[in-house]
Ligand binder design. Structure first.
Ligand SMILES: Nc1ncnc2c1ncn2[C@@H]1O[C@H](COP(=O)(O)OP(=O)(O)OP(=O)(O)O)[C@@H](O)[C@H]1O
Length: 230
């Protein structure tokens, strides 16, 4: 049995005083890929933000990993008008470790080059982020997440807008992360992709409807319960 990287119990979160997430209990296995699935509005992004610590939550969250998580949110915070190149955006992934104003050292540059190479965005390094297509931008943001070399990588729909090749690059990168002992949690609307994960959490109306292996979670019954028109 893998170690548990994050254990949640009675985790509640919401916006402007309105609770939208109520997780009785859930576990994220270490060095594995966990797929978080569920219909629109189920609370997937809210759960990711709570795991990342960017949204306040109540309840217990026991983290058994070192350092800060790397979080690639669904709607990234890089403003369109910011004169930021692809290299700069990936380099921001190193800020957590060295702060924004220190010069990049050799280890930072190696992590940035490696991440750009894995997502095949090196040729775009000098391009402005604002000049990228949606799918290219998504690859850069995943590269930024990888460059952090965090023990916990949180990806909220990283394949949104990505073409099949980009999806393949993201899948390969995620698999390389878990092979090297890192924990990845990925939100996806693609159930075929989710079935390839090691662990699956199915959210419905802010609660965990089912959790376990993808085969146990994504059964015709649960899929019908959660996605059937009401
Ligand atoms: N910033 C916000 N302010 C207020 N309510 C929000 C905010 N973000 C999300 N919500 C509400 O919280 C609930 C859960 O939203 P969340 O974005 O977590 O769902 P999701 O499962 O990620 O959906 P999707 O598949 O559409 O991305 C929804 O009812 C949504 O309207």
């Amino acid at each position: 049995m893998p170690r548990t990287a994050v254990a949640l119990s009675r985790l509640q979160a919401g916006y402007q005083g309105k609770q939208v997430l109520d997780v009785e209990s859930a576990e994220i296995p270490a060095a594995r890929l966990t797929a978080v699935v569920g219909p629109n509005g189920a609370g997937k992004s809210t759960l990711m933000a709570a795991l990342a610590g960017t949204l306040p939550s109540s309840g217990a969250q026991r983290n058994d990993y070192e350092g800060r998580p790397a979080f690639v949110p669904q709607h990234s915070a890089i403003p369109e008008a910011l004169p930021c190149t692809v290299f700069d955006a990936v380099a921001m992934g190193r800020w957590a470790e060295r702060g924004p104003w220190r010069r990049l050292n050799a280890a930072d540059r190696a992590a940035i080059e490696d991440a750009m190479g894995r997502l095949e965005v090196r040729h775009l390094a000098e391009q402005r982020m604002s000049a990228l297509s949606g799918g290219q931008r998504q690859r850069v943001l995943v590269a930024q997440g990888l460059a952090q070399r965090a023990e916990l990588l949180l990806l909220d729909e990283p394949d949104a807008g990505a073409d099949p090749k980009a999806r393949g690059l993201i899948t390969d990168a995620v698999r390389a992360e878990t092979r090297s002992g890192r924990t990845v949690v990925q939100v996806s609307h693609n159930l075929t992709e989710a079935r390839r994960a090691d662990h699956c959490v199915l959210l419905h109306r802010g609660r965990v409807h089912a959790a376990g292996t993808p085969d146990d979670v994504l059964t015709p019954t649960t899929i019908n319960e959660v996605w059937a028109p009401s």
